[in-house]
Design a protein around this ligand. Structure first.
Ligand SMILES: Cc1cc2nc3c(=O)[nH]c(=O)nc-3n(C[C@H](O)[C@H](O)[C@H](O)COP(=O)(O)OP(=O)(O)OC[C@H]3O[C@@H](n4cnc5c(N)ncnc54)[C@H](O)[C@@H]3O)c2cc1C
Length: 434
């Protein structure tokens, strides 16, 4: 059955509708940006409702600035949900701190190596589920189609000889779309149909690290590691292992993660159950804080961290990919969702550009998007992977040298955070040949 696309925006500014596949952070933010700019949107989401696992998410200053540019209310929403260090009475002085970096073990165990600032916002964290719930409020319910998992697409012509994209769903349904943006995450089906041969060669790959994750009550956290370590976001540096903790939910809870280097992942699934003993063994290399902390972690599952090899392009014809579908990264710089947000801003601005009226113009917009967003997001995939070695004190040229660590870490994060987000849009506009 072929279902026509319902038209939801009353006064559209364009001759086309953008069909977004996937309603995660990237898909919803792109939808909000396009709707704000009067571009018609439809969203197809595989899940039967919008959902996110209840862990924390932290975005850096560049993505934070991009939120306001995409839609002013987006920034308001994010800011109304964030937890900052000022949510803990007595810790207001840490308002601009991103993380305190602490030696987990060794001769300096427990010492603070540096107070890393993220200016001007400092650490801003949200509970993913809360952020997604709030994003949903920006998207009219009637443009969202749940329980629709895209299997593949083909480009073809309709009865009138007009080109289009025929989306095929796993329930046998088909939908014709003018233009498609795949925001369907690291296992993207849109990407597989868009780059058939390349996708076979470039499957998501295990990054050489797995992690344990948990959300703990602040009281338990204070009990385990003391007040300052519980309330101030902390990166714990270890040999071959690193740890992270940051307060969420107005400092009532703390998001924690323990990241372990391990060359191979000999399991078919990306999450595997493990025993408390496994967690204890990994934490035993991490000094007294983590020895205490793991006793409060309710789940010992191990999460393999995957990343995407660099693709040769983020678009083909009238189809583009965005966020993890295009450049899934390891989380060691806290920048994956931020990249999806930056992508969404550049793409929304290009598609709303007055020169882009027809589907043919969209092809030019997609190429311009690719030319600007691919180099940056792929560099972040690479530097995030190196970031794992940096935090595990084994990056070539740095190792466990504290001074070199500070210099390297600051330089890397500055590159991510100091982006002129609107400048990327203007460069992309210049690259757009219509
Ligand atoms: C442990 C960990 C910690 C992280 N921490 C941070 C952090 O602190 N800060 C940060 O910026 N980033 C972080 N990230 C990265 C961040 O989570 C991702 O980059 C971000 O969620 C990507 O958003 P997305 O919308 O592109 O994809 P996703 O969030 O994966 O959303 C994809 C959506 O598409 C839907 N979908 C999938 N397949 C189909 C299909 N075939 N048809 C229709 N719909 C489909 C899914 O149901 C989902 O709703 C972390 C990642 C990990 C693994």
């Amino acid at each position: 059955m072929t279902t026509p696309i319902p038209q939801a925006i009353p006064t559209p500014s364009k001759d086309f509708t953008v069909t977004i596949i996937g309603g995660g952070i990237g898909g919803l933010i792109l939808a909000a940006g396009l709707i704000r700019r009067k571009v018609r949107v439809q969203i197809y989401e595989a899940a039967t409702e919008f959902k996110e696992i209840g862990l924390g998410l932290s975005i850096g200053p560049a993505a934070h600035r991009a939120l306001r540019l995409i839609a002013s209310e987006l920034r308001g929403i994010y800011d109304s949900l964030v937890t900052t260090h000022a949510d803990s009475p007595g810790y207001e002085a840490f308002r601009q701190t991103w993380f305190e970096i602490v030696w987990a073990c060794g001769p300096n165990e427990g010492d603070i190596l540096m107070n890393m600032k993220a200016l001007p916002s400092g650490q801003t964290t949200v509970r993913r589920a809360d952020f997604l719930d709030a994003l949903i409020s920006l998207v009219p319910r009637e443009i969202v189609h749940f329980g629709k998992r895209v299997e593949s697409f083909i480009e073809d012509e309709d009865e009138d000889g007009l080109g289009g994209i025929l989306l095929k769903f796993d329930d046998g349904d088909e939908v014709r779309a003018d233009v498609v943006v795949g925001c369907d995450g690291i296992k993207s089906k849109v990407k597989e149909s868009m780059l058939v041969e390349e996708s076979k060669l470039k499957q998501p790959r295990y990054s050489g690290m797995y992690c344990y994750r948990a959300v703990l009550d602040m009281d338990d956290m204070v009990q385990a590691v003391g007040d300052q370590r519980a309330r101030v976001s902390t990166l714990y540096l270890g040999q071959g292992v690193y740890g992270i903790s940051y307060p969420i939910m107005r400092a009532k809870k703390v998001n924690v993660g323990l990241y372990v280097l391990q060359e191979n992942w000999d399991c078919d699934t990306w999450i595997r159950p493990a025993q408390k003993e496994d967690l204890r063994r990994d934490a035993s290399k991490m000094g007294r804080y983590w020895e205490a902390l793991v006793e409060y972690m309710p789940d010992s599952s191990q999460w393999a961290l995957f990343e995407h090899p660099h693709l040769s392009t983020f678009c083909r014809s009238r189809v583009a990919i965005l966020g993890d579908a295009a450049h899934a990264s390891t989380p060691h710089q806290g920048a994956g969702a931020g990249q999806a947000i930056e992508d969404a801003h550049v793409l929304a601005e290009l598609l709303a550009d007055p020169r882009v009226q027809s589907t043919r113009d969209v092809e030019a917009a997609f190429k311009a998007y690719d030319s600007i967003r691919r180099p940056r997001s792929q560099r972040i995939v690479t530097s995030s992977k190196e970031g794992a070695y940096l935090l595990c004190l084994c990056l070539d040229g740095v190792g466990d040298d504290g001074e070199k660590f500070k210099e390297t870490f600051e330089e890397r994060m500055k590159w991510i955070w100091d982006l002129d987000v609107q400048g990327q849009v203007e460069q992309a506009r210049e690259n757009m040949v219509i």
